[in-house]
Design a binder for this molecule. Structure first.
Ligand code: ADP
Ligand code: ADP
Ligand code: ADP
Length: 213
């Protein structure tokens, strides 16, 4: 299966991804996680991406398309993939279609995590992540077993620099202006499943499985 997750920041894409990935043996590619790793490593890619990320703006299409093109070559991605946070512009969606066409493949399903903006500030400002795995926790909705540490590795959790109310505003603006048209793009192909994403995580998981069955 080739699956795309679209939704505003905090809609639960990263929380659902590992579950879908394990259920269907897919590779999980999250452009946000890859970009944060590049920023932390101060790699050429990270240096180019940092300013836009800090402001809550999108990184250039060329950079992220390059990352995805490279990552899709991995052996683990040949049977199928979940793209989390990509494509975020119509240009990225068109480039993805071209890349897949060249490989004789296509996108099977787009899961649209539909949620009201008003709910997202509490989700984003309470989010803590384990940077190397991308696992997300929440002080109120999904607290870790040990205070401030990842359940699996015991390593410390951090808050993302862009997970503030102020930067969230820009990220939501980018979502509505640049990413919502991506949903229309896939609606025209008839492959979008709309999921109510304000429900508790387990209920969203059930809806995801239904949409992919
Ligand atoms: P995204 O990857 O779409 O930005 P996350 O999966 O990281 O979103 O979720 C954002 C925050 O909200 C995290 O702290 C996560 O633990 C929490 N969260 C995720 N799904 C739900 C849900 N269904 N209900 C309540 N909180 C959730
Ligand atoms: P969230 O799921 O919380 O919205 P991500 O971790 O997916 O956040 O993305 C964090 C930041 O990384 C974005 O605000 C943007 O600057 C950059 N980014 C991630 N994916 C893309 C993409 N496909 N196109 C452009 N910028 C991206
Ligand atoms: P490196 O120092 O090896 O370039 P990066 O962190 O910059 O490390 O690269 C991480 C991943 O992103 C690699 O898979 C690489 O192929 C890809 N990548 C690096 N630079 C770019 C770029 N300018 N555009 C697209 N993809 C890139």
């Amino acid at each position: 299966k080739r699956v795309i997750l679209v939704g505003p920041p905090g809609s639960g894409k990263g929380t659902q991804s590992p579950i879908i990935k394990d259920e269907y043996c897919l590779c999980h590619l999250a452009t946000g996680d890859m970009l944060r790793a590049a920023v932390a490593a101060k790699s050429p890619l990270g240096i180019k991406a940092k300013e836009a990320m800090d402001k809550g703006e999108l990184v250039s299409d060329d950079l992220v398309v390059g990352i995805i093109d490279e990552a899709l070559k991995k052996p683990s991605c040949q049977k199928g993939f979940i793209l989390d946070g990509f494509p975020r512009t119509v240009v990225q969606a068109q480039k993805l279609d071209e890349m897949l066409e060249n490989r004789g493949a296509k996108v099977d399903k787009v899961l649209n995590f539909a949620i009201d903006d008003a709910i997202l500030e509490e989700r984003i400002t309470g989010r803590w992540i384990h940077p190397s795995s991308g696992r997300a926790y929440h002080t109120k909705f999904a607290p870790p077993k040990g205070p401030g540490v990842d359940d699996v590795t015991g390593e410390p959790l951090i808050q993302r620099k862009d997970d503030t109310a102020a930067v969230l505003k820009s990220r939501l603006e980018a979502f509505h202006k640049q990413t919502e048209p991506v949903i229309d793009y896939y609606n025209k192909k008839g492959i979008v499943a709309n999921l109510p994403a304000e429900k508790p995580p387990q209920e969203v998981t059930a809806d995801v499985k239904k949409a992919l069955s």
